[in-house]
Ligand binder design. Structure first.
Ligand code: NAD
Length: 458
């Protein structure tokens, strides 16, 4: 059994069973058995089922959101958006079964046709930071393409995924088509990765576990999509609308208490605008309301666990600089004392780019700000990381926006915005931030194999 705690109060929410490898094997066998009938469902009928699933999720947005507030500490506003995002992703991919087009390719001696076929059983492994959307980004396109799905939520946050599986059944998904298996990564996750009948793994989580999964998947040439860590740069040029850049920067990094792979946790500001930017940023950060995530007007809730809070604290306090010296805290907001796993939104000024707070993924409400002189230095600093997931560019100069967007090694960039994810556009990382793309049309392709068939005309 695994105990789910409320991160805002440390109270027990519930106990959830932790499955073993034999139970994974049984679930995969059921998913294999359900495959032929599911892929044979007429495209329009599969589309209708997904739309019905979206409608059932829509009818339960408040319930799902409340579960995420208690079980993951998400603010109620964010949690409602997240449940709505699952609905929207299902609606978007409901159009797919009738549009899984192949091609007819001109050849001599007959006709050549390609088909997009489902892979079979897809295993989806989800982290604790966005339990609902990340689950939906996997299962919606996988199901639309005719695969069956076995999904493992994170140990800390299994509740909404378990509820989504129930809602799928309520919507009419046949047994075995979408199963959620709570349990440990080293047991349930690892068995999904090594199971010979699981044809693809979609993994979102740490670069460390993702690397291990990639190695294990190689033995079976198993398909993988990996969404891993990030250390994204928010680049502010002196010609930008500084007020807009500064007022939107806190949400770009402190949303979900900074537990966001797309968090803009490094802010680069052109030297001429540096002081003014910090001046504008300070009141935005100190005004953030940190507290009970169930309250409607709260901006930031707790961190997921005591361990995560202590890890975040380690990037800021007690000689956290690369040389063992301090990291300067420029200013910070407030946070409740406890119980609960709280850490205040914090802005630090690293002493060097070797400081861990500048180099490593903090995954908490801490942002580091550094000045730069020119475009070339901004790009070099932004790219001086093993990651490449997200980022922003603030400037009024269109040519510069284009040049910098092309030069930054990152899968998702926004100009004059801090947005990262839209369900209709591809999402994923360069370098060690991942492999493959989720969402948009790219994800659909990644859940199919291309089969080429030649028909001789003689
Ligand atoms: P994690 O890697 O520890 O765990 C992620 C999931 O993998 C969990 O469900 C866990 O149980 C499972 N797991 C653990 N060990 C496993 C193993 N040996 N085999 C198979 N599965 C295993 O990560 P986390 O701490 O839950 O999440 C935080 C990390 O996720 C951060 O690094 C963050 O950047 C990353 N993340 C990335 C994205 C993205 O889209 N790129 C999105 C969200 C989170």
């Amino acid at each position: 059994m695994h105990t789910v705690l409320d991160p805002a109060t440390e109270e027990v929410v519930t106990e959830v069973e932790s499955l073993d490898a034999a139970q994974v094997d049984e679930a995969v066998a059921r998913a294999v058995a359900a495959g032929p009938a599911w892929r044979a469902v007429a495209p329009a009928d599969r589309a209708r089922l997904l739309r019905r699933f979206a409608a059932v999720v829509d009818a339960h947005v408040d319930e799902l959101a409340e579960l995420e507030v208690r079980g993951a500490g998400h603010t109620i506003g964010n949690a409602r958006w997240e449940a709505g995002n699952v609905r929207d992703v299902l609606d978007y991919y409901a159009a797919a079964p009738e549009r899984l087009f192949g091609r007819q390719i001109p050849v001599a001696g007959g006709m050549d046709v390609t088909f997009r076929e489902p892979l079979g059983v897809v295993g989806i492994i989800v982290p604790w930071n966005f339990p609902m959307p990340i689950a939906g980004w996997g299962f919606a396109p996988a199901l639309a393409a005719g695969n069956t799905v076995v999904l493992k939520p994170a140990e800390l946050t299994p509740l909404t995924a378990l509820r989504l599986a129930e809602l799928g059944r309520e919507a009419g998904l046949p047994p075995g088509v979408f199963t959620v298996l709570p349990g440990k990564g080293s047991v349930v996750g690892e068995r999904l990765v090594t199971h010979e009948h699981v044809r693809k793994i979609v993994f979102t989580g740490s670069t460390e576990v993702g690397t291990r999964i990639l190695r294990q998947a190689a033995d079976q040439v198993k398909r993988v999509t990996l969404e891993l860590g990030g250390k994204s740069a928010n680049i502010v040029f002196a010609d930008a609308d500084l007020e807009r850049a500064a007022t939107s920067a806190p949400a770009g990094v402190f949303d979900n208490a900074g537990q966001d792979c797309c968090a803009r946790s490094r802010i680069l500001v052109q030297r001429g605008a540096y002081d003014r930017f910090l001046e504008l940023l300070e009141p935005e950060v100190t005004a953030l309301r940190v507290g009970s995530p169930a309250e409607p007007d709260v901006d930031m809730g707790p961190l997921i666990s005591a361990g995560q809070r202590d890890r975040v604290r380690g990037f800021v306090e007690n000689g956290a600089g690369a040389d063992g010296g301090p990291v300067d805290v420029a200013f910070r907001g407030s946070a409740p004392e406890g119980p609960g796993y709280w850490y205040p939104p914090t802005v630090v000024l690293p002493r060097s780019t070797a400081d861990p707070v500048w180099r490593e993924e903090v995954f908490g409400p801490v942002v580091a700000v550094l000045p730069f002189d020119d475009e070339a230095e901004a790009v070099a600093l932004a790219n001086d990381t093993e990651y490449g997931l997200s980022g922003s560019i603030w400037t009024r100069d269109l040519g510069r926006a284009l040049r910098v967007a092309r030069a930054v090694e990152s899968g998702n960039l926004s100009v004059n915005s801090n947005s990262s994810v839209r369900y209709s556009t591809p999402f994923g990382g360069f370098k060690r931030s991942g492999l493959g793309r989720e969402l948009g049309p790219d994800a659909l392709d990644s859940f199919t194999e291309v089969k080429n068939v030649f028909f001789a005309d003689d």
